[in-house]
Structure formats: C-alpha cells, structure tokens
Design a protein around this ligand. Sequence first.
Ligand code: ADP
Length: 547
Amino acid sequence: MQKLTANKKYLFFGLLALLFALIIFVAIRAVPKEITISEYETLLSQNLISDAVLDENRVLLSVGHSRYYVLKDSIDMRELGKRVAISVKSGFSTELILFIGLVLGLFFYSLYSRRKKPATHQTSTELSSLVGAEAITPTISNVLFKDVAGIDEVKSELMEIVDFLKNPRKYREFGVKLPRGVLMIGPPGVGKTLVAKAVAGEAGVPFFYQSGASFVQIYVGMGAKRVRELFAKAKSFAPSIIFIDEIDAVGKARGGGRNDEREATLNQLLTEMDGFNDSSGIIVIAATNKIEMIDEALLRSGRFDRRVFLALPDLNDRKDILKSYLASKKHEVDIDALARHTTGFSGAGLATLVNEAAINAIREKRVLISDDDFKAVFSKVLHGKRKIGALNEAEKQLQALYKAAKALCAEWFGVEFERISLLEERFIDYDHEIKSKSEIIAKIKVLLAGREAMKIYQNELYSNCASDVALARELAHKAVSEYAMSKNLLASEADVLEILESAQAQVAEFISNMQAQLEAISEFLAQNESISRAEVANIIKAKYEQH
Ligand code: ADP
C-alpha cells in the first residue's frame, strides 16, 4: 500500500515537471513577426539572415536573436536558397519532442535508480550511452586564411602545418619531425577556432571539432572512450585535424581535488598523442584561454610543444576585421574612427557590433549603415546585457598612464621589451644562467611602476595593478630564498619586504621626476595603443633636449 503511494508521488512530480517544462518552452519560444517584402529584401542583400525554415506557406527567418516571417509565395525561394540553407519544419517541433523525451527520461531514470540503489553506477553508464551517442563526424571547412582578418604572424606560423598536411609524404621522406600538437592561447572570441578551421580549409583536410567540456560532462567512463573514438576516426580520415576547444576542461593541472573522470580522459588523450607517429598525418590543435591551468604533462615534448599566442586585436587588426565585416554591407562608416573607439573588443565582439548596427539601420528603415547606428548599439552592447568588454575613454586614459609608467621604467632601467600595448606587455625573458640582483630589482621596479604612477598622478589605486604586486613579490621571494640575495645570510620574510619597499621608494621618486616624459608616452599610447622600445627612447631623448 505504501509502495503505491510512493509511486503515485513520483508520477505526480513527473507530470508536474513536464507541465512546468512545457510552460517554459512556450514562454521562451519567440513568436516570429511578419515583415514586409522590402524589409526582407534588405535583410537578404545585407546577408543578415542566418537560417530559414519553411513552415507550410510561411518562411521563418532568423536574424541575430530575432525571428521574422514572410509568405512563401511572395519571395523568390531560389534566391534565398542561394544565400542560406532552407530546412523544412517537421509536423511536430523536434525541439519539443526532445524536451519532452528528456524530461520523461530523467523522470523514469530517477524512479529507476531510487528503486535499485546498488545499481546506480551501471544505470548511469547505460544512460550515458544514450546521451553521449552522438556520432563523431568530420566537417569540411571552407574557411581560408583570407577570411581571418589581421593576425598575420599567427597565420604565417601555421602555414608550415598546412604544408605538412598537404604533403605528409615529403616530410616523411626527409625524416623531418613536425609538432603533433599546437596549443592556441588567447582570450575568448579572438579567432582560435576560426584559425584552426582555416588551417583545415587551406590544407583541404577533414576537421574534427570537440569541446573539452563535452568529454567530461558526459557520464563516467565516457570521456576516455570518446577520446579513443575521436582519434580512431581521425586516423581513418588522415591527413586530418582534430580541434579540441577549451582543453583546460580536460587538461587542467592535476592536484587539489581529484577528479577521476577527468584524469582518465586526460590520460587517454596523452596515450593517443604519444601513440600516433609523426607520419600519420594528424595534427591536434587545442585552444585555451589560460595556459597556466594546463597540466604540465600536456606541454611535454612530443605533445603540444608548439604554442601560438593570440591577443585581442590591435588598432590595425580591428580595422581589418571591421573592413571585412562591412565589406558585404552598404555603409558610410568611418572605419578608422570606429576602430579607435573599440579598444578591447575581440574579433567576435566586433562581428556582433557590426551585425547589431546593421539590424539597427534596418529597423529604422535606412539602406546605408552609418556611424549613428554604431553609436546607437554601442551603448547597448556596452551597457546592456551583452557586454563585450571594451575600455571606455576614461579607462583608456588610465590604462595609458599605467602602461606608460611601465614602458618608461623598463627603458630607463634596461628591462628588455619589444612593444608594450594598452592591453598587453611582453618583456623578453632572458634565460641566462647567472642573474644579477640589480637585474631582478629592475624588473621589480617595472612591475611596481604602473601602480606608483597611479598613486602619484591619480591619487588613487586601481584593480589593474593587483597582479603586479603579486608578481613583484614572487620575484623578490625568489631572489631571497632561491638566489640568496638578501643582506642576511639566513633570509626571512623581512628581507623580501625590504627588497620590495626599497624598489618601491626608488620607483616612486623616479616617476615623480619624470612627469613630462610620462605624459608624452601616455599620450602616444592612448593614440596608438602600443609603443616600441625605440619610440620610448625617442620620447625620452626629445624631452631631455627640450630642457
Ligand atoms: P575563439 O575560438 O578564440 O573563442 P572564434 O574563432 O570562435 O574565437 O571566433 C568567434 C567569431 O568571431 C568568429 O566566428 C568570427 O566571426 C569572429 N572573429 C574572431 N576573430 C576574427 C578575425 N581575426 N577575423 C575575422 N573574424 C573573426
């Protein structure tokens, strides 16, 4: 009797969940809006339609996040078909069937696993073979290097890989060893996936896409199996490219909390990468935005030993990207000015911006996209929900001063660098065996310079300095504990502090005596976004001669 009531309870909650899911489903499904033929034609000519579905006598169109429809007989379906693939709506929405199936599945699964407690593990594997059963299939990429704007260095670095994929035999005959894995490091949206696809497109080889998260989100034991299947498939299609997005989901440095599933997946990945020989014609490209999180084992020789860094696009790259996105659209936009206003935008951010501006023009029934459209969506993109991350004018000025102090200090105290930009700084790290204490202290000074400049000229501290202090502290600690550079033979924390404080005092004095130079460099940075060592030296010299 009691069992019956328990079953009824399950049924009740199951149905409730189903009802709830249905309500949500109906609520979130956007109702398409009818548009006129001329609106439709503008959308079509501006290449803004991303998807078309034939629903009896209507054609549903997806444009960005909005959905519209036109009557089928009022448009030229063949013309539409040339631009986008048209699919036909099935009688009953597939999304709906999937949704109901999933809810019912989960409901019965919970019912089943509660009844048979000891068998939970087994049940979850059974379920996983249903959920993770999506077949691994390659795609043929039609992206070419010319579709990737800017980042010329990255492209030329990857040219070699393209050549290898085109002629693996040539490399085999000459016994040349090539990297098996390329790790692409950079913030989201800078085009890591796009470049990987372009490598496949240029070489004309199949492209296997997997996201790192998909390996570990499926159920116990499935990650490793999936890795095995992926490599087996890629081998059968060789030469080919495997692309693993967000590899940190699998290859996160071990230690701390153990995660057996992830470790099993990682080990399988390592085994596969060691297993294929140089001539098998497979290249594994992986992407991450945090290299410091990657397990050392993945970086060891013979695995991902080629690294490619992708930064946020600089001024020129932004111009190129904007040009390429505006090329297929009618516009009267000052691309130069727009590029200057979008510091900090990624390629993906710029693509969204252009698209939103085009939609804005159409909404206001204009044929040409103008600067005003960008102004209108800028604030929405910046302040609305879809924040893309850019520096506003005030932030840009602050960042310029902060970086200028570092550039000035680096040039003055002889810390080598090629360029320092608003968003990035790359100092040249000499790996010589014997380091001097003054060399280390000079580096600490550079690290602290930005923070001191903020204190002196802005009378304020900002969050962008946080990592500087941590890095400076790390260096000082290394000097004291590893290289025995403290005054006292047996070093303590007090010696670390002493090094930091004396460097800080010297930097503060230096920065306060260099106001003219600092301002000039800061202005240069705000204008051009980056500065070379030679340009810093020129400014210092020019200011010196003025006195
Ligand atoms: P990531 O993999 O680095 O997160 P993606 O390659 O997925 O970035 O980029 C997302 C989208 O942003 C691309 O599909 C493309 O539309 C746009 N994009 C990013 N970088 C560029 C670029 N350099 N040139 C052209 N488009 C770009």
